[in-house]
Design a protein around this ligand. Structure first.
Ligand SMILES: [Mg+2]
Length: 428
C-alpha cells in the first residue's frame, strides 16, 4: 500500500550550521534514513498485545539459582553501599520493597532478603531468546525495554483471529523455552494493552475490549495515563483531575490550554483513542545526506567546504544514533546530470565527522571535482554495524586517523593523490 511508505526524510537546515555558506550557495539538504518498516493497514480495530516479563531480573536469578526460589531476592547494589534496587522478586515486594529504592532501605525492610549483583549479559541473552519467540508470531514487534514489547497481531503467523489466544500461546511458548513467566495485556491500542498487562501480574492475561475500554479508563487514576509524569500529575490534580472520569469532563480546548500539544493526546486517550502504530525496530541500511545547489559549483575549495558540512551532518547523525558503518560513498552530480559515486570501505568503520572527513580527499580525487561544474553532492555511510558488532563496542577507544597528520590541507592531498595516480585516468 502506497500510504505505508518505506523511507522518511529529515531535513537539515544548513543555514543553522553555516550562514555565509547558505548565502553563497543556497541549497537544500536532506538526511535520509532508510528503510522504514511497513505498518499493517488500519482497517477496523488493531489487535495489540503487550508482553511484560514478571520481575524479570529477579526471576532470571531464581531460575538460574534454584536456592533463591521462594525467597525475597533483590537484584542491585549491596545494602552496605549506596546502590539501589534494580529489581526484586515478588516475595521481596510483599515487604514493601520496590525498584529504585536504596538497597540499605530495602535491607531495613527485610533483613533476610538475598542481595544479588545484576548479570546484564544473562538478562540480554534471555531477552534475545524472547524476542526470537515474538518474531515467530508477528512481524510487528516493538521492543520497549529488555523485558517488554508490543506486538501487533492483527495479522499473525498463526492466522488466529483471536489476539487473546495468540497472547496465551506466546506466554506458553516463553515459559516452555525459558522457564520464566510473562504477563500479557490485549487490547485494540498500545496504551490500553500496556495498562492491561499490568492488571493481573504476575503470570496474568488481561483483555480490554473496545466495549470495556471507556469504563476502564474512567476509573483509572490519572497518574497511570500514558505521558503523565509527576509534574503533569500535580498539574492535573490542581485542575481537580484525579481519574479518567474527571479528565473526560475537560474539553479539548481546555486541555490544550493547560498541557499544550499533549492536551489533545490526553483528550483522545481517555476516550480510548490511541492510533500510535506498533513500530518494529528498523533495520537501517544507510545514513547519508545530500545537497543540490541553486548554482552549479566549480571551485574545489567551495566543494570541500560543503563536503565538510555534509561530513559534519552525517557524523552527528551517526553519533546521535550511536551507530557506525564500514563504507563511505561520495555522490557527485555534474551540471549535465551525469551522476557518479565513489566509495571506500574501512574495516575499523566510520563513526564520526573526522572519520568521514579523513577519507573525503581520496574520494574527491577520484572525481572531476574542481574541473567540472557540480550541481549535487552527497555523503552516505552504509554497511552499518549492528549493536553487537565488535566495532560498535570498540569504536570510542579506536579513533585512529586513516591519514597521518603530516599533510593537513585537503586541497594539497587531492593534488597529491591525483599526482600519484598520474598514469591512471581516475575518471574511468
Ligand atoms: Mg517487567
Amino acid at each position: 500500500m502506497a500510504v505505508y511508505a518505506h523511507a522518511y526524510k529529515i531535513t537539515i537546515e544548513i543555514a543553522k550550521h553555516s550562514l555565509w555558506l547558505q548565502r553563497a550557495f543556497p541549497f537544500t539538504s536532506e538526511l535520509t534514513v532508510s528503510p522504514q518498516a511497513k505498518q499493517p493497514p488500519l482497517k477496523q480495530h488493531r489487535k495489540i498485545i503487550h508482553i511484560d516479563m514478571d520481575a524479570y531480573f529477579a526471576s532470571v536469578e531464581q531460575l538460574d539459582n534454584p536456592e533463591l526460589r521462594g525467597k525475597p531476592v533483590i537484584v542491585g547494589g549491596t545494602p552496605q553501599g549506596r546502590g539501589v534496587v534494580a529489581a526484586c522478586s515478588y516475595e521481596a515486594r510483599t515487604f514493601g520493597i520496590h525498584s529504585a529504592m536504596p538497597s540499605a532501605r530495602a535491607y531495613s525492610l527485610c533483613r533476610h532478603a538475598v542481595f544479588v549483583r545484576p548479570r546484564q549479559d544473562r538478562y540480554q541473552e534471555i531477552s534475545h531468546q524472547i524476542r526470537g519467540i515474538f518474531s515467530r508470531y508477528s512481524a510487528f514487534v516493538e521492543p520497549l525495554s529488555i523485558d517488554e514489547a508490543f506486538l501487533d497481531t492483527t495479522v499473525n503467523t498463526l492466522k488466529n483471529p483471536s489476539a487473546t489466544h495468540v497472547a496465551q500461546i506466546i506466554r506458553d511458548d516463553i515459559y516452555r523455552t525459558t522457564g520464566l513467566t510473562a504477563s500479557a495485556g490485549v487490547s485494540y491500542n498500545k496504551f490500553l494493552a500496556k495498562l492491561a498487562s499490568d492488571q493481573d501480574k504476575p503470570n496474568g492475561l488481561t483483555v480490554i475490549t473496545p466495549q470495556k475500554a471507556r469504563s476502564f479508563l474512567r476509573s483509572l487514576p490519572i497518574r497511570r495515563f500514558y505521558g503523565v509524569g509527576r509534574v503533569t500529575e500535580q498539574k492535573m490534580h490542581g485542575l481537580g483531575i484525579h481519574t479518567g472520569k474527571d479528565l473526560e469532563n475537560f474539553s479539548q480546548a481546555e486541555l490544550t490550554a493547560a498541557f499544550g500539544s499533549s492536551g489533545c493526546f490526553f483528550y483522545n486517550m481517555v476516550r480510548g483513542i490511541d492510533d500510535r502504530p506498533v513500530q518494529p525496530r528498523q533495520t537501517r541500511k544507510s545514513i547519508g545526506t545530500e545537497t543540490t545547489f541553486q548554482k552549479d559549483i566549480l571551485q574545489l575549495d567551495d566543494i570541500l567546504t560543503i563536503l565538510q558540512t555534509l561530513a559534519d551532518q552525517v557524523g552527528t547523525a551517526l553519533g546521535r544514533k550511536n551507530i557506525g558503518g564500514k563504507t563511505l560513498t561520495l555522490k557527485v552530480r555534474y551540471d549535465d546530470f551525469t551522476t557518479i559515486s565513489r566509495s571506500c570501505s574501512k574495516g575499523a568503520g566510520f563513526f564520526s565527522q573526522q572519520d568521514i572527513w579523513n577519507q573525503v580527499p581520496q574520494l574527491v580525487a577520484a572525481t572531476e571535482a574542481g574541473l567540472r561544474k557540480i550541481r549535487l553532492l552527497g555523503l552516505t555511510i552504509s554497511n552499518l554495524f549492528d549493536d553487537t558488532h565488535p566495532n560498535m563496542l570498540r569504536y570510542k577507544q579506536l579513533l585512529l586517523p586513516f591519514y597521518s597528520t603530516e599533510d593537513n590541507s585537503p586541497t594539497a592531498l587531492i593534488a597529491k593523490i591525483r599526482q600519484a595516480k598520474n598514469n591512471v585516468d581516475p575518471f574511468r
